[in-house]
Design a protein around this ligand. Structure first.
Ligand SMILES: [Zn+2]
Length: 414
């Protein structure tokens, strides 16, 4: 949505509601917030309504309406890098109660090509998923996977991680690719420096990310996609502030916190969120990119984050690690050889309804493909269940108690 603008009145009401009801669940009285396009409200396709703020933490529950359905927040998006959440059918995603999936601009631009996806009717039709989709801009992969050959303010030139072929990405091209893919939420191109670079390099990345965000917004043509800005700045709170203030002035319909989970400690990440999230508009969705472990989701949601994505449930699932309400288990361990319990006795997912730990362990030991599928499926369902319970706790004003209980259950090694 080019020049998206939240209604000043609604935004004001929301800020008032949040101030008045600070730390209280504010109920259903808040006003749905339309996005504005050149001064005209767009109702639908996108609305975000903060339905309430927790009494005991900064967590909030919300309702994010998209052209492909509603997402209740806080929400977790499993990662479908190559237009598939690895090992799982869209039907299995539905049964795991997934609301929205993430896909990857960089990988899809290389294979099969965004033009090909567009010709085939867009990403929703291509992958057979009719729910909401978010695509990242490709920036993270360009800086982490590709071999950079040239980076300047205009564009980044790199070599493909697949065959070394030269490619380039500019803010305009990143938006064009994402418009061809057709996801509901698309991301600005950003520069995501590694954790260990010097502060002056992070500053350069912050300012470049701002200039690129402005160009992304100007180049957007489709009004049925919401373009989100990405706050950078590493663990430097002054740089996070500089980034957030510049991007908020550009008035995006939502904001992501990028550049975390790139090597900093969990404590550094939480401190960064403490300093960054309050800088983002309360009436717009906030998305923490690429994070993380169940404990990170709870810690970040209680700091006011609404959206998450991470490869962890599926990647760990393929590696025989199951997340459970009592902490992770490594299913190949001998102690599960004759264990007739499900992966998680509290889990309502189809895997836990039908299969034992003993059976799933056996599948891994004999290298049957069903093993990785079942644990990935359960893990994705577990993440959905965790956030569903978190939303219920926030609605009851018990976010802090929920966090305390989860930490106690997960023990020393969450
Ligand atoms: Zn399960």
């Amino acid at each position: 949505m080019r020049r998206c603008r939240s209604s000043p009145t609604a935004g004001f009401k929301n800020r008032l509601a949040e101030r008045a009801g600070d730390r209280f669940f504010s109920g259903s009285g808040s006003v749905p917030l339309p996005f504005f396009f050149q001064g005209v409200p767009i109702l639908p396709p996108f609305q975000f309504q903060v339905e309430g703020v927790d009494r005991s933490t900064l967590a909030r529950v919300g309702r994010l309406e998209t052209p492909h359905g509603v997402v209740e927040t806080p929400a977790f998006m499993p990662v479908g890098t190559l237009a598939t959440v690895k090992g799982l059918t869209v039907e299995q995603l539905r049964q795991a109660q997934v609301q929205m999936v993430l896909s990857n601009t960089y990988h899809l631009a290389l294979r099969p090509g965004s033009e090909v996806v567009a010709e085939l009717g867009g990403l929703h039709r291509f992958m057979g998923w009719d729910g909401p989709i978010l695509t990242d801009s490709g920036g993270f992969q360009v800086f982490s996977l590709a071999r950079l050959t040239k980076l300047n303010d205009d564009r980044v030139v790199f070599r493909s991680h697949l065959d070394g072929s030269p490619l380039e990405l500019s803010p305009e091209r990143a938006v064009e690719i994402q418009e061809q893919l057709g996801a509901d939420f698309i991301m600005c191109l950003d520069e995501c420096p590694p954790h260990d670079v010097a502060r002056d390099k992070v500053l350069i990345a912050v300012d470049r990310t701002t200039r690129w965000a402005e160009r992304c917004r100007k180049s957007q043509r489709r009004v049925d996609q919401a373009l989100l800005g990405i706050v950078q700045g590493g663990t430097h709170l002054d740089l996070r502030t500089r980034s957030a203030e510049a991007l908020v002035a550009l008035d995006f319909p939502g904001y992501a916190v990028g550049g975390l989970s790139v090597g900093e400690s969990p404590a550094e990440m939480y401190t960064t969120l403490d300093g960054t999230v309050p800088l983002l508009p309360a009436d717009k969705p906030r998305y923490l990119m690429g994070v993380g472990r169940p404990i990170d989701l709870v810690e970040a949601a209680t700091r006011g984050i609404d959206l998450f994505d991470c490869v962890m449930p599926t990647r760990n699932g393929r590696n025989a690690m199951a997340f459970t309400s009592l902490g992770p288990i490594r299913i190949k361990n001998l102690k599960y050889q004759k264990d007739t319990r499900p992966l998680d006795e509290r889990c309502p997912c189809p895997v836990c309804a039908h299969h034992t730990r003993a059976y799933i362990r056996h599948l891994f030991l004999v290298n049957e493909m069903l093993g990785p599928i079942l644990v990935s499926w359960h893990n994705v369902a577990y993440y959905q269940q965790l956030l569903r319970e978190l939303r219920e706790a926030v609605r009851a004003g018990e976010g802090a108690e929920f966090r305390r209980l989860q930490l106690a259950r997960w023990g020393e090694n969450p």
